[in-house]
Design a protein around this ligand. Structure first.
Ligand code: HEC
Ligand code: HEC
Ligand code: HEC
Ligand code: HEC
Ligand code: HEC
Length: 162
């Protein structure tokens, strides 16, 4: 049973190919630094699932409303957010960190149970004054397995591959 599942999985991977660290652009020039310093916010104020769910999630426009219902500066990026808040439109953020469907990863498991800090996997996000165009710390099968090795967590293929 286990063997059949594994060969099916390997077969699927040959078809899917590999996942490169491609350049991603964002619709609005979002700035992490001002929100984490000047606005005093925390990661989970916007990435709602990062401690409690499988997916961290990208913010919905509801998370911007309390501070951006009118422009306080000349920033054109801020104006785009205010326009979205007023019309109720979602900003279509693009994913950078996006594992192929055959890999299982849970934020809750790592952040809560494993006590791994966001920065270990995502780098120094508080220094980002504009959206990153690719993964700051590249995540690959090797980076997953190296940490699992160090912490004596299972590296059986079926731990991560579904
Ligand atoms: C005020 C809301 C807000 C806060 C607070 C915030 N973020 Fe973000 N984050 C965003 C938005 C919007 C994006 C998409 C635009 C971008 O990449 O800059 C994003 C993107 C990201 C991404 C890239 C995800 C992907 O796959 O595209 C990571 C990783 C991330 N944030 C981590 C963090 C961490 C870690 C913290 C806390 C240190 C944090 N964020 C705090 C709003 C926020
Ligand atoms: C052990 C490594 C690791 C840690 C720790 C970690 N992440 Fe992630 N993060 C990932 C991986 C891997 C993905 C891609 C997941 C996928 O595609 O299913 C990801 C994806 C994301 C995304 C993209 C959107 C989404 O729903 O997946 C955001 C935003 C994010 N992480 C924020 C955070 C924040 C905030 C923290 C800390 C509270 C954090 N991450 C901790 C590895 C990590
Ligand atoms: C708790 C209040 C607060 C929340 C919530 C908030 N912001 Fe901000 N934001 C600020 C402050 C403070 C500034 C800096 C001063 C200003 O431009 O008003 C700022 C500035 C900005 C700017 C202009 C940045 C620049 O460098 O030009 C953008 C874009 C922005 N925010 C996007 C967002 C988005 C998108 C969300 C929702 C995901 C959000 N903000 C949620 C407080 C907030
Ligand atoms: C920096 C260290 C670190 C990195 C990087 C890391 N992990 Fe983990 N992982 C852990 C820890 C610690 C646990 C155990 C958490 C607990 O106590 O439940 C864990 C547990 C797991 C589990 C549950 C294991 C089980 O036996 O039930 C899976 C699945 C998993 N990780 C997948 C991944 C994937 C996929 C990646 C890469 C995208 C990854 N991990 C990267 C530290 C890490
Ligand atoms: C700790 C988690 C983890 C374990 C254990 C693991 N993998 Fe992976 N594997 C991943 C991640 C994450 C990716 C996606 C990498 C990417 O998108 O760059 C991946 C991708 C792959 C790929 C696709 C090729 C590629 O580089 O993207 C193959 C083939 C693969 N794994 C085979 C295996 C085999 C065989 C085993 C058992 C010996 C195994 N994996 C164990 C996390 C893991």
């Amino acid at each position: 049973m286990r063997c059949t599942k594994l060969s099916l999985f390997l077969f699927t991977l040959v078809i899917l190919g590999c996942n490169d660290n491609q350049i991603v652009e964002q619709p609005v020039a979002y700035n992490h630094t001002v929100h984490l310093t000047e606005a005093g916010m925390d990661c989970i104020d916007c990435h709602l699932g990062a401690e409690t769910k499988i997916h961290a999630t990208l913010p919905s426009i509801k998370q911007c409303k309390s501070c951006h219902s009118k422009s306080k500066t000349e920033s054109s990026a801020e104006k785009m957010v205010v326009d979205a808040v007023l019309s109720g439109a979602e900003i279509p953020w693009n994913r950078i960190y996006n594992l192929p469907d055959h890999v299982f990863f849970s934020h809750r498991r790592h952040v809560k149970a494993g006590q791994v800090a966001c920065s270990v996997c995502h780098g120094e996000v508080e220094k980002l004054t504009k959206p990153p165009s690719k993964m700051i710390v590249p995540i690959s099968m090797d980076t997953c397995m190296n940490c699992h090795d160090n912490k004596s967590i299972s590296n059986d293929c079926l731990t991560c591959h579904v």
